[in-house]
Design a protein around this ligand. Structure first.
Ligand SMILES: [Zn+2]
Length: 67
């Protein structure tokens, strides 16, 4: 049997708890006015990145050096 999502290779799978945590973090950041800004370098996160992952807290550059 084949699974439609099986080709999603780049990201490691997140557990439900991980996703919930990230969403809560994003909501808290919205309240603080921090949402959309990188938590590490404080630069603005491009809207395309937020659309791809609305719960993201750091920009692509920082995420890359982080991993
Ligand atoms: Zn950054």
């Amino acid at each position: 049997m084949r699974y439609a999502h099986a080709s999603r290779a780049a990201d490691k799978p997140l557990s439900r708890a991980d996703i919930l945590f990230k969403v809560e973090l994003a909501l808290a950041r919205m309240e603080n006015g921090d949402y959309g800004y990188c938590a590490i370098c404080r630069s603005e996160i491009p809207i395309e990145e937020l659309e791809t992952d609305p719960s993201t807290v750091s920009c692509q550059t920082c995420r890359r050096s982080d991993n």
